[in-house]
Every structure is written in structure tokens, then in C-alpha cells.
Design a binder for this molecule. Structure first.
Ligand SMILES: *Cc1c(COP(=O)(O)O)cnc(C)c1O
Length: 395
């Protein structure tokens, strides 16, 4: 009834594509062998490193996030090796399944779906690895199915406490450019991301950042899949080889524009914006929860992402709410991916090109749905969210 107008895809990726990014793609195919595209590709590398907070290497792949899972693994483990997966939802488990597909033995430490990785359990698992068989620890910065934010630095400290040699590998796909993350300062050896979430670029490009320690482990492998091998992709004299074929021409222009937008705003300001918007969402959910079943999936604010929020209700209610906001108001929320029952969960994506009026619009629409569907809830969620933003923004 009120859905016509600008739709808002508030799912956790693909995120809202800025008009600037879309416009940057609207051009004829460029020459891929020489000229502007060559220079543009080179210009992306320092900015990609800076957004991930590393002085290490940045490799670009034509791949989605799943591709970067495999790219990262293919360079550091071989059949028969072992990895430790720190699961806080379906995404890190998925990375582990990718490793299994490569013939790698996978040990999973499961921390449930509502709390962050417990570094003490990681330390114990590494201590038990007396033969030093674990070659990599895989974790997500944010698990997109649960909204759990993990403390990478704390896992690094647990590894250091044991003196374990494994690489620390971080999937930052959900929240690079949203949740505060500095790869080097966190002690990660490998970080992966994809284009379509905080990086505000259409899906199809993936990134792997790696340091010298990870590259040394790459050097010990008897062979590496030619397509995933990161070495040719960071060779500055062979830019066309970055792609093992045709460059992702229009995606490169899009990414250039998106990285310019992040630079113009400043990464600190980008993080602060995501932080404030997330706090507004939490404030609304907490008020609604005072009078009904709705609650945030992650009770501890320190373990909540600033890019995606998972909300739980009674079975069936979340599906009804998602249908209502989409059909009546043009807002699409994320499904209860990987949850049981899925119909009790919805997720709000608030990553990338998102601001206060968009988040307030989503929250007011959810509040309208709660009323229309007769779902009990505390009154004044939107007021709480707008007060939260008013206080953070100041005069
Ligand atoms: C989105 C996402 C993925 C998967 O990325 P695709 O591009 O869909 O393959 C993996 N891990 C995390 C944490 C994600 O948010």
C-alpha cells in the first residue's frame, strides 16, 4: 500500500549501492591492456591496505566471499593439514566446510549463536595441539547470521600465550568498513573481504590481505591452485595477471569510487557513523522488548556488530514482520539465515551507504509492522532511537 517509492534493501549484503558508485560504472568498456584502467588498478592497492589496516599485501580476485574463503585457504593449507574453526554462527562453519572440501581436517570450536569467541577455550584447544598440527585458526570478525562481533586481538593473545605457530585468518566480509578493524594491530596474518557489503560495490570482487608470515607458509606448499595463488596477484609489474584473465573492468571503477567515498569521510568517521546507527537500532529493540517477545540476539553490547543486527521473536512473527515491511512499506529485511526456527529471526543490514534517516525509517516501519500485526511491544522504540541519535549528533 505504501511501498512505491525508493525501495530500501536493508539486508546484510549486498548493501545499498551509492549513486556515485553506480554512475562510475556507467561507461563503455575500457582497454584492459594499457592506459587508465592500469593506473586505476594500481591506485586501489594502497587504499585497500589502508581500509584493512595493514602494511602487508592486498590481492584482488574476481570472486564473491566464498571465493575468497577458498583463495585464502588455497595459499596456506594442503590436503591432510588441520585448521581450527571458531564458530559463532553459520559463516565460519561455512569457511570450515570449504577447507574440508580441500581435504583439510577441520576442528570446530562452537561458541553458540549469541556470544563471541571465548579466548580461553581457544587457548585450551591450541595447548591440546601438542604436535602442532593446526596450521591456521579461522574466525569471523562478524558472523552475519547472528550479528556476533568477535575480538580478533583477544584470539591473537590466546595464540601467543601458547606460542602456537598457526596463522590467524579473519573473515571480515560482513563488516570491513563498518566495525572497527585494523588487521596488523589485531595480529591477524590473513584477512578476507568481498566487495558488496561495507565496501559498497556490487558483488563479484573479493580481497585477500596477507602478511609475510602467511606468505612464508604459502612457500612451504608443494603446489597452489593457479587461479587462487596470491603471489602473481601482488606482483606490481604484472597488473593484468591480477585477474588471470580479463580484468573486472566496471567493478574496478566502482570500487575506486567507493574507496574515494570512504577516504573523503575518513575511516574513523565511517566507523563512528556505523556505531551510532547501530546504537539507535539497539535502543529501539530494547524498548520494544520491554513489552513483548522481541529481543536482540546478542545480549552483550560488546559482542554486537555495527554492520548487522539479528533480532529474535516468537516463531512465525519475524516472517510475518518481514512480509509486512516489504509489501506495505518497501523495506526488505534479512531472513533468519541458519537459525532454528528461521521464522523467529530477522536481520537488519546497516552496512555501508546508510545514514540516520534510513535507519530511522526502517525502525519506524518495523514499529508500524508490530502495531499492524498486533505483536506486543514496548511503546516508544523509535523515540528511543531518535533520542539516541540526537544525543550522539549534538547541536
Ligand atoms: C556475506 C558473507 C560471506 C559470503 O560472501 P558471499 O559473497 O555471499 O560468498 C562470508 N562470510 C561473511 C562473514 C559474510 O558476511
Amino acid at each position: 500500500m505504501f511501498a512505491n517509492g525508493l525501495p530500501y534493501l536493508a539486508i546484510p549484503g549486498p548493501s545499498v549501492m551509492p549513486d556515485r558508485v553506480l554512475r562510475a560504472m556507467q561507461r563503455p568498456s575500457p582497454n584492459i591492456y594499457t592506459g587508465a584502467l592500469h593506473d586505476l588498478t594500481h591506485s586501489l592497492i594502497p587504499d585497500l591496505k589502508s581500509v584493512a589496516g595493514t602494511t602487508g599485501n592486498a590481492a584482488i580476485y574476481i570472486a564473491n566471499g566464498h571465493g575468497t574463503w577458498e583463495a585464502a585457504l588455497a595459499n596456506v593449507v594442503a590436503e591432510g593439514d588441520r585448521v581450527l574453526v571458531l564458530a559463532t554462527g553459520v559463516f565460519c562453519k561455512g569457511w570450515g566446510e570449504m577447507a574440508q572440501g580441500l581435504g583439510v581436517e577441520v576442528e570446530v570450536l562452537d561458541f553458540g549463536e549469541c556470544a563471541a569467541v571465548d579466548p580461553d577455550r581457544v587457548e585450551a584447544a591450541l595447548r591440546a595441539d601438542t604436535k602442532g598440527r593446526i596450521r591456521a585458526v579461522l574466525m569471523v570478525l562478524v558472523d552475519t547470521s547472528t550479528g556476533v562481533l568477535n575480538d580478533v586481538r583477544a584470539v591473537r593473545s590466546a595464540m601467543d600465550a601458547v606460542g602456537h605457530h598457526a596463522l590467524l585468518m579473519v573473515d571480515a566480509i560482513a563488516s570491513l568498513g563498518c566495525d572497527r578493524y585494523r588487521m596488523d594491530a589485531s595480529g591477524a596474518d590473513v584477512t578476507i573481504a568481498a566487495s558488496q557489503k561495507g565496501l559498497m560495490t556490487p558483488p563479484g570482487m573479493g580481497f585477500v590481505w596477507f602478511n609475510a608470515k602467511a606468505d612464508a607458509q604459502r612457500g612451504t606448499l608443494a603446489r597452489v591452485s593457479r587461479y587462487w595463488d596470491w603471489r602473481p596477484r601482488v606482483d606490481p609489474d604484472a597488473y593484468w595477471k591480477y585477474f588471470d584473465g580479463t580484468a573486472p573492468t566496471h567493478h574496478l571503477f566502482a570500487l575506486r569510487e567507493a574507496l574515494d567515498m570512504i577516504k573523503e569521510e575518513g575511516l574513523e568517521a565511517v566507523w563512528a557513523r556505523h556505531d551510532g546507527l547501530a546504537r539507535a537500532i539497539w535502543a529501539a529493540c530494547e524498548v520494544w522488548g520491554q513489552g513483548g517477545p522481541l529481543r536482540l540476539n546478542v545480549p552483550d553490547p560488546a559482542a554486537r556488530s555495527r554492520a548487522i543486527t539479528s533480532v529474535v521473536m516468537e516463531p512465525g512473527q519475524a516472517d510475518a514482520l518481514r512480509d509486512w515491511v516489504e509489501q506495505k512499506a518497501g523495506v526488505t529485511l534479512g531472513i533468519g539465515l541458519g537459525r532454528d526456527p528461521a521464522s523467529a529471526y530477522f536481520r537488519i543490514g546497516h552496512m555501508g551507504h546508510v545514514n540516520a534517516h534510513m535507519v530511522l525509517g526502517v525502525l519506524a516501519t518495523i514499529e508500524a509492522a508490530l502495531a499492524a500485526l498486533d505483536i506486543p511491544h514496548g511503546p516508544g522504540g523509535v523515540v528511543a532511537a531518535s533520542s539516541c541519535l540526537a544525543e550522539l549528533a549534538g547541536a
